[in-house]
Ligand binder design. Structure first.
Ligand code: GBH
Length: 451
């Protein structure tokens, strides 16, 4: 039986990257250092001592990269702005050299018929702001809104889809609770504070957008559905905690104006009380939600796991090289959950993809990545299913356009639909990239073909 996988008219097909992961030249043209520029120089924090000093050299090769997107027929490109390029100290003085780069990038995209989706924050806080407490300082909401306004004034005439933050959960869990990502803190008192000021900062940037912008603004979250390892009451309670911590901690305040009750249970005395006006700021309507989907977890009660008392149970299934289960049904399930819990907001899949071993040598102009091809097809079919169930999904951004710096894993994990040879900077579309081009050109119908 063959199904028709045509997507709704106008569905936005694109790919995604982030500034520190691809740009290189982190201090060029007057930019200030970011917390990632520092973190990669902290011994032991990034695999093999890899850094974003060169990465994909996109800062200098952006025109070729836009041409690559056009050759693949992509309709959209999601990228992020490095805050410290625009404001080297994070606040105050604007650096025209940094602003110019993003203006040239956006103009090049538009000349090639590619719609820009701009993310204001993808983890690279200006180091000067970290010196003032970073996301722990309540003033960060004001600093972020000021930076956002600089960007709106410069680019709102040309950029129609804005996102405030990428994955606030990862910023706090990785940066302030477990310390595997910049700024590398490990403190259960700090994590809830950082989360709250991230949400206030999101709210302040939305408020500034209503004053200055004419188009659409949203928030990007990573969501991972949690399924119980057994029917026991303990495992089901563990699922509720894990779900509250990762999935509802950010969306409940934004859509419902409150944190999940489980947060107090998880953080105990480290969970603070906040004034009502904060919730009013956080709760303002957004125009769209960005949803990054990679995997699910099957969860059990586990007293040893701090602070959640819940951990993941390995399945008999395919796992990618980062150790994440391949589970397309979780994408359909989570889209249905967004529809039911939060009133069916317009959703863009702002990231989805996988790291799999790729042959290290490129032969001719082809590079086969059958596991990624399979991942891509199954997840796009899962989105099509969700649309059939009434979910308002408007677009899909494949993570990632290019192999790039996978944060603390360095260059050891490759997520690109285009291969990058980091010695020569040669780009080669993988089989997944070539398939994606066909899917885009046919608005999904290429997914109907067998295999
Ligand atoms: C995204 O975050 C980032 O936005 C992007 O910059 C990054 O390159 C990309 O993903 C790939 O990592 O170990 O089974 O419990 C990813 C968010 C959150 C997804 C943690 C995987 C752990 C799964 N990640 N999650 S598991």
């Amino acid at each position: 039986m063959s199904r028709d996988f045509e997507f709704p008219k106008g569905f936005l097909w694109g790919s995604a990257t982030s500034a520190y992961q691809i740009e290189g030249s982190p201090l060029a043209d007057g930019a200030g250092p970011s917390i990632w520029h520092r973190f990669v120089r902290t011994p032991g924090m990034v695999k093999d001592g890899d850094t974003g000093d060169v990465a994909c050299d996109h800062y200098r090769r952006y025109k070729d990269d836009v041409k690559l997107m056009r050759d693949l027929g992509l309709k959209a490109y999601r990228f992020s702005v490095a805050w410290a390029r625009v404001l080297p100290e994070g606040r105050g003085r604007v650096n025209p050299g940094g602003l110019d780069f993003y203006e040239r990038l956006v103009d090049t995209l538009l000349e090639n018929g590619i719609e820009p989706l701009l993310t204001l924050y993808h983890w690279d806080l200006p180091a000067a702001l970290d010196d003032r407490g970073g996301w722990l300082n309540p003033d960060v909401a004001h600093w972020f809104a000021e930076y956002a306004s600089v960007m709106y004034r410069k680019l709102d005439g040309r950029v129609k889809k804005w996102a405030t933050l990428n994955e606030p959960w990862v910023v706090t869990d990785g940066g302030y609770l477990h310390g595997a990502l910049a700024p590398g803190h490990r403190n259960r008192f700090e994590a809830p504070i950082a989360s709250h000021h991230l949400l206030r900062s999101h709210g302040a940037a939305v408020q500034a957008y209503r004053a200055e912008g004419k188009h659409e603004i949203g928030l990007v979250v990573n969501l991972e559905p949690k399924y119980p390892a057994s029917d026991s009451a303990e495992d089901r309670a563990a699922v509720q905690r894990a779900d509250a911590y990762m999935n509802r901690q950010y969306l409940d305040p934004v859509f419902l104006g409150r944190y999940p009750d489980e947060m107090k249970e998880i953080f105990g005395e480290a969970w603070p009380e906040w004034p009502d006006e904060d919730y009013a700021l956080i709760r303002q309507p957004i125009d769209w939600l960005g949803f990054n989907y990679y995997t699910r977890s099957v969860t059990r009660h586990d007293e040893q796991s701090w602070p959640l008392r819940a951990s993941a149970v390995r399945q008999h299934a395919t796992y990618s090289e980062t150790g994440w289960e391949v589970f397309p049904q979780g994408l359909t399930d989570t889209l249905a959950w967004l529809r039911d819990r939060y009133g069916n907001p317009p959703v863009y899949i702002t990231e989805n993809g996988s790291a799999f071993y790729d042959p290290p040598t490129v032969e001719g102009d082809t590079l086969d990545d059958p596991l990624r091809v399979d991942y891509l097809k199954k997840h796009l079919r899962a989105i099509h299913d969700a649309i059939g169930q009434g979910c308002d999904v408007r677009g899909y951004m494949a993570w990632s356009l290019l192999d790039n710096l996978e944060w603390s894993l360095g260059f050891s994990k490759r997520f690109g639909i285009v291969h990058v040879d980091f010695q020569t900077q040669r780009r080669t579309p993988k089989a997944s990239g070539r398939l994606y081009a066909k899917i885009v050109a046919s608005n999904g119908r290429a997914l109907s073909e067998p295999a």
